[in-house]
Design a protein around this ligand. Structure first.
Ligand code: ADP
Ligand code: ASP
Ligand code: MG
Length: 438
């Protein structure tokens, strides 16, 4: 079994959906995971915001505008009247369901139910297309098997059991279609795997059924050496280790959801990144095979908050760091980067929901300074600790940029620096020049 995940642009129009048929028509058994059509989830977020603010007219306008975008695709997607009618009925049902929310009190459960509509629509529309062209496939609802626990972790055993039950309903079928991103939570309510989560769905499914391979099909020919949205010249990397890919995904390479590598890595399932517009391009293979030595890529993660904790009591004291970490743990706030000196420790967080409470508790035994709008720039590769020169190369490339923190040696895959977000573009450009010669 292989898993193929197609992202928003890959299902972004009738034309793009039709172009997927060639990519899924081999005899191999496969589960095809689809995202919502591109732009849909953003629009659903806007609808939720309007409902939350009780702007019912605005919400209705957004719903009508999105519905007409979908209705426009019907003629291009289907040729037979029967399927056009099926498509229109499906779209109307989903949008009438969205309209029903505008009359009620708006809760977070309802928000999740609204955000799920994009993937429910794209998978059903694509499934009808396969039916129309006579391709046998089964549509299996992710909400019947994809589940997270109280800590928002996927429940792999539950997923494995329930997914296998779904697959067993169609013993002779080779193509299974399902929704990315959406799931149920520990209370059985509709929930999701966070924005960009369809990649995560694909690797969780791959791990659950021990697939041969997980393929992530998107609009670029693999993981590039730098963020192509920010710097002009970049190149695809043909091969990455799981650890290298996980660092890049976690530290901002948008092509992969931050946590999507882990499930595949745990069960040693290769992840292939491919381009739907250029299916013959090699793409990137992520696996546990030997990774060539050297710096391979850089990525940047915004929205970082740096916290500097300074105390004379740290001098020669043991237990200081434990006291600090204990506070972060109690507020379920994870720390990304950390640097220490004799009297101070600086660390970064990307979730400042509990910043006020954390700062208040830290201030009971230390002076605390907080700097927001910071960016972690992460330099990734196979950088053996016994080899000289990598740290120098990185720092030389960004010698003109003020560095707030530097982290080296945590793993042999990563050198991270923290810069003010206003310096991010310059830093990525300087690294592109200094490390990759562009
Ligand atoms: P999808 O909708 O298919 O999930 P995404 O938009 O989530 O696609 O991810 C693909 C995009 O990720 C690319 O179009 C590219 O702009 C962006 N991206 C950011 N960093 C990288 C990188 N290092 N390598 C490749 N793509 C990247
Ligand atoms: N549709 C969801 C989003 O836009 C999930 C995904 O595309 O991966 O975030
Ligand atoms: Mg994505």
């Amino acid at each position: 079994m292989v898993i193929l995940k197609f992202g928003g642009t890959s299902v972004g129009s009738a034309e793009r959906m039709k172009a997927l048929v060639n990519l899924i028509s081999s005899d191999e058994k496969k589960i095809v995971v689809l995202s919502a059509m591109s732009g849909t989830t953003n629009k659903l977020v806007d609808i939720c915001k309007a409902l939350f603010n009780k702007q019912h007219q605005i919400a209705n306008d957004y719903i009508n505008a999105l519905e007409s975008l979908y209705l426009k695709e019907v003629d291009a997607l289907y040729s037979k009247e029967e399927f056009k009618t099926k498509g229109i009925d499906l779209i109307k049902n989903h949008f009438n369901h969205l309209r029903s929310f505008t009359l009620d009190m708006f809760t977070s459960n309802e928000e999740k139910a609204i955000l799920a509509q994009g993937e429910l629509l794209s998978t059903a529309l694509f499934y009808f297309h396969l039916q129309e062209i006579g391709m046998t496939a089964a549509l299996i609802p992710a909400l019947n098997f994809m589940r997270i626990d109280e800590n928002e972790e996927p429940q792999l055993a539950y997923i494995e059991n329930n997914l296998n039950l779904e697959l067993a309903k169609y013993p002779t079928t080779t193509i299974f279609i399902t929704q990315g991103y959406i799931c149920r939570n520990a209370f059985g309510e509709i929930d999701n795997l966070k924005r960009g989560g369809s990649d995560y769905t694909a690797s969780i499914i791959g791990a659950a059924i021990r697939a041969k391979e997980v393929q992530i099909w998107t609009d670029i020919d693999g993981m590039h050496n730098n963020d192509p949205r920010i710097v002009n010249k970049t190149h695809a990397i043909y091969q990455l280790s799981f650890d290298e890919a996980a660092e890049l995904a976690y530290f901002g390479a948008k092509i992969l959801h931050p946590t999507c590598i882990l499930p595949a890595q745990k069960r040693n399932i290769p992840v292939l990144l491919k381009n739907t517009m250029q299916p013959d391009a090699l793409g990137t293979v992520i696996s546990n095979s030997h990774s060539e030595e050297g710096i391979k890529a850089v990525a940047a993660k915004d929205g970082i908050c740096a916290i500097n904790i300074k105390s004379d009591r740290m001098l020669l004291a043991h237990g200081f760091l434990r006291a600090v970490f204990d506070i972060f743990e109690r507020y379920k706030t994870s720390i990304d980067m950390i640097t220490t000196s004799e009297i101070a420790v600086s660390l970064t967080i990307d979730n400042d929901t509990h910043l006020k409470e954390i700062t208040k508790e830290l201030e009971e035994f230390a002076n605390v300074e907080v700097e927001k709008e910071q960016t972690i720039i992460c330099i990734v590769g196979n950088l053996p600790k016994n080899k000289a020169g990598y740290g120098f190369k990185v720092l030389e490339a960004i010698k003109d940029i003020p560095l707030r923190m530097v982290s080296y040696g945590g793993s042999s895959n990563n050198i991270s620096v923290l810069v003010d977000s206003t310096q991010k573009k310059e830093a990525l450009m300087a690294l592109n020049k200094g490390l990759f010669g562009y």
